[in-house]
Design a protein around this ligand. Sequence first.
Ligand code: G1P
Length: 293
Amino acid sequence: MKVRKAVIPAAGMGTRFLPATKSMPKEMLPIVDKPVLQFVIEEAVESGIEDVLVVTGRGKQAIENHFDYNPDLESFLEGAGKHDLIDQVRDIGDRVQIHYIRQKEQLGLGDAIRLARYHMGGEPFAVLLGDTIIDPPAGQKPGLQQLLEAFESTQSSVVAVHRVPMEWVSRYGVVDGAPEDGNPNLLRLRKLVEKPAVEAAPSNLAIAGRYVFTAEIFDCIDRTSRGVGGEIQLTDAMNLLAQDAPVYALAWQARRFDIGNRVEYAKCFLEYALRREDTGPKLREFLSQMLAQ
Ligand code: G1P
């Protein structure tokens, strides 16, 4: 079973980024000059995904506009002779089929994924959280591709996890499992808990915002009652799935930037700006002068 499709939930209100997110989706916040969601879709495409369903909501039209053609902008760029920029503004929207569906009420991540059921048509599919950038160490494959390889070997649902300091566990979904023979980074899961208290957390392995599911997850979402925050939690549905079928976690080395968090967003912006040739050297000089003061 090859995974061709992905769903990207991007319906959250982004309250931690007000006032910026009053009229702009948080997934469109830029990292230098590229919106966060474009990084996420590029990761999907580079991992072999051909079809993406974005779950949006009210006030998220900027997302659809961004991945569409913009004839006014393109003819302006044409007139100004900026052909390389025309390629850039068209590129990602041309490399993948993008579809949209709206979540009418904020009923949680599990509910957002449920909306993808008919689009997925019974096939296995990937989930990439639209406000999370995964940054693998240099030379490693894109995050989702690593997860898809784990799916190919297990033919079972698999979620990416990373170790976090124990005092952070209550921000995440946390998993408990046992390593598979021959691969210490692949755990067969026994239990998953959404945002546990530190005392109740089964480990410090936190769900990192990338998943691959078999279609069985949809029945589990239907059987999931409201959990933390009164929302239908995807983690709770995965916990139900793990009782009936193998579910794995891949513990990976990739760094994860949670763009919903202001400090993480600032770190991500700075790190990517420092890496780029057009911005890095000047910014490095500025920062060292500033820090020396
Ligand atoms: C969601 C998931 C959680 C996961 C986290 C990763 O939480 O529910 O299991 O660990 O994303 O970012 P949220 O950040 O939407 O509260």
